[in-house]
Design a protein around this ligand. Structure first.
Ligand SMILES: C[S@@+](CC[C@H](N)C(=O)[O-])C[C@H]1O[C@@H](n2cnc3c(N)ncnc32)[C@H](O)[C@@H]1O
Length: 288
């Protein structure tokens, strides 16, 4: 086994170890604030713990993910292949993009601390008129609000936080069925409850012709071999307890394909990923 493969297999333990180092500080923050309510509620403590951890690791994850996320929202990813940065000038050479860029009214599911909020600014995605960020963890809202403000999307009212889980989106009355041009899910469908049901519910918000831009980690692919699937399965018992409820063995690609009738599905494993990746990704666009 190569050193690279070994490193990749051990990496989840390093990441969980890092997350664990944020737990004592989180408890201390609660004690200092006299916030016994959070301290005695495992759910709220986990939310605060995750928010503090994500605030710290998020920017690094953004740097690593940008090379995939930016072309995805620009509509330049197809068949799981992300064009190399050198082809960023495709427009000038008249090459059409495989999909339209994200535009119109957008639903961003689980924006977290707002790592990707700046993408919705007019200089980045000029066609975006409104974004609903559906984020249930209140401990993430201050960072999310700050990034909305930094991107200049607060004064214009372009980016609105909807402080509920997607399972409560309908009862919130904030977004009507078939009113959304684009849904964006970036590494968040791992964290939602009842994924099959809630992904079907999300499908209802898309207008006919609406597009769903996906970049998610999923269960290991059969091609990765049985050993990797078992390894991931075993890891899946510990990982969610430490990484904010994130489930790593979901068949999210299938849930998305089966969410409803699509006119076009361009959702594939991310090209270039190796057999030893514990969190393999799918990437692409589904059109209603
Ligand atoms: C791994 S984080 C990813 C955050 C962000 N998309 C990013 O890339 O930095 C998963 C996010 O999903 C959110 N989440 C959890 N349950 C959710 C639900 N029921 N509805 C919507 N989002 C949820 C979490 O609060 C968290 O912000």
């Amino acid at each position: 086994m190569s050193l690279e493969a070994l490193g990749s297999l051990v990496e989840p333990f390093w990441f969980m170890g890092l997350a664990l180092t944020y737990l004592p500080g989180t408890i201390l923050v609660c004690l200092r604030a006299g916030d016994l309510g959070t301290l005695l509620s495992p759910g709220r403590l986990r939310e605060l713990w995750f928010a503090r951890f994500w605030a710290s690791v998020g920017p690094g994850l953004r740097d690593m993910g940008s090379k995939n996320v930016v072309p995805l929202v620009q509509g330049r990813v197809t068949h799981g292949v992300v064009p190399p940065a050198a082809l960023a000038g495709d427009d000038q050479r008249g090459q059409p993009h495989p999909h339209p860029a994200v535009s119109g009214t957008v639903l961003e599911v689980g924006p977290g601390s707002g790592l990707w909020v700046s993408l919705f600014s007019p200089s980045s995605l000029p066609g975006v008129s409104k974004v609903y960020g559906v984020e249930p963890n209140p401990s993430l809202h201050p960072a999310l609000r700050q990034r909305i403000s930094e991107a200049g999307l607060d004064e214009s009212g372009t980016y609105e936080i909807v402080p509920v889980g997607i399972e409560d989106l309908e009862s919130s009355g904030r977004v009507a069925a078939e009113s959304v041009d684009c849904i964006i899910t970036l590494k968040c469908l791992c964290s939602i409850p009842s994924p099959e049901h809630n992904i079907r519910q999300l499908y209802r918000y898309l207008k006919p012709g609406g597009r769903w831009y996906v970049y998610e980690h999923v269960r290991c692919f059969p091609e990765q071999g049985i050993a990797m699937r078992v390894y991931q399965y075993l890891l899946g018992f510990v990982w969610p307890r430490i990484i904010g409820g994130c489930q790593i063995t979901r068949d999210t690609g299938r849930y998305l394909r089966e969410a409803g009738p699509w006119s076009h599905v361009d959702l594939h494993p991310l090209a270039g990923e190796q057999w030893f990746f514990t969190l393999p990704s799918i990437i692409g666009v589904l059109t209603k």
